[in-house]
Design a protein around this ligand. Structure first.
Ligand code: APR
Length: 312
């Protein structure tokens, strides 16, 4: 069987780490694309030279255009502009909207059957932009946020409780921002409800640290933002598609009535398999989680309408 082809757009910190993890997990060959001259080519060469030591089977090609990406199975979009000093969230939104529109336009026409995983922020509305630009069935374009946010939450919980992170089950739903929803009702430790092991007060502190988890890392790094965990989360989604796992994961997907929301992209539990988002799973949420999800959707809604306006 031929190796799968995974295109990664953006060879910055996140894109390069996605490439490295795809190779390490032997998921296929990688095409790394970046607009910056030599960046993707240089990182590809460096990674390929680690192959004889680490025993990768796949290869990486670095490029500035889309020829090499033709007929990719999966496209991971990480290209974007970082938020520069003095830049508002709105400025970043506009800049990255233009970048997503351009790169997805090229990549989707080179690989009309590909599944597209969006990582660029602001995540939910960039996923919406990618879906509208690719103009393909909604199951084929979705975004990475929930797996990362849930991993941060699970890590903080495991530290606080001093138990293995493997026994902590949790889902962070909603938008990938300050209004994300670490669902209390879906948080369990080896099957036991979290509220039996921790006070609500302590739990809320951990939920809040999760909501600002990305910012905490930005502050420490001073330049740049998190990339090891974001890349791991994106590669988790790549593996779920390529292995047709039917994995239940929180991902950003277009809702059309599910959870009571329509025409917005929001993080909800979905089944990921070879078709992409094969199904949205509607879990009965407790009132407080449902209320928080509605608040989160309220933040994303006007951004999606703004994209509709820009695209018309
Ligand atoms: N085409 C291709 N590559 C592009 C384009 C474009 N039109 N515009 C920008 N890029 C590239 C940049 O040249 C840069 O190498 O995208 C890369 C982004 O890399 P970084 O600045 O290192 O950002 P990174 O930390 O990788 O984050 C990427 O993921 O988690 C999110 O918020 C994060 O939106 C950001 C994205």
């Amino acid at each position: 069987m031929a190796r799968k082809k995974i295109t990664i757009i953006g060879a910055g910190n996140v894109g390069a780490e996605v490439a490295r993890q795809v190779l390490a997990q032997n998921l296929g060959n990688v095409v790394l694309v970046d607009i910056a001259e030599g960046l993707a080519q240089g990182k590809a060469l460096d990674m390929n030279q680690s192959g004889p030591i680490l025993g990768y089977q796949g290869r990486v090609v670095g490029t500035q255009n889309y020829e090499e990406t033709i007929d990719s199975d999966i496209i991971v979009v990480t290209s974007g502009s970082p938020r520069k000093p003095g830049m508002s969230r709105d400025d970043l939104f506009k800049t990255n909207f233009a970048i997503i529109q351009a790169v997805v336009g090229h990549a989707a026409s080179a690989s009309p059957q590909a599944i597209i995983i969006v990582v660029t922020n602001p995540l939910d509305v960039m996923t919406y932009t990618a879906l509208k630009t690719a103009n393909c069935p909604k199951e084929r374009v979705f975004g990475m946020a929930g797996i990362l946010d849930s991993a941060r939450y699970r890590y903080f919980l495991s530290e606080a409780l001093q138990v293995s992170q493997h026994v902590i089950e949790a889902m962070v739903l909603g938008g990938h921002g300050d209004e994300m929803v670490p669902c209390v009702s879906l948080t369990r430790v080896a099957g036991a409800p979290i509220t039996e092991l921790m006070s609500l007060e302590q739990l809320e502190k951990i939920a809040q640290r999760t909501r600002t988890g990305g910012g905490e890392i930005v502050k420490l790094l001073k330049t740049g933002s998190a990339y090891y965990a974001p890349a791991a989360a994106a590669v988790r989604m790549v593996a779920a598609v390529l292995n047709d796992e039917k994995a239940l994961l929180p991902c950003a997907t277009l809702l059309q009535g599910e959870y009571g929301f329509a025409d917005i992209v929001l993080g909800v539990p979905v089944i990921i398999g070879c078709q992409g988002v094969e199904r949205v799973v509607e879990i009965q949420l407790e009132a407080q989680d449902k209320e928080a999800l509605t608040k989160s959707a309220g933040v994303t809604q006007p951004l999606c309408r703004q994209v509709d306006e820009w695209l018309n």
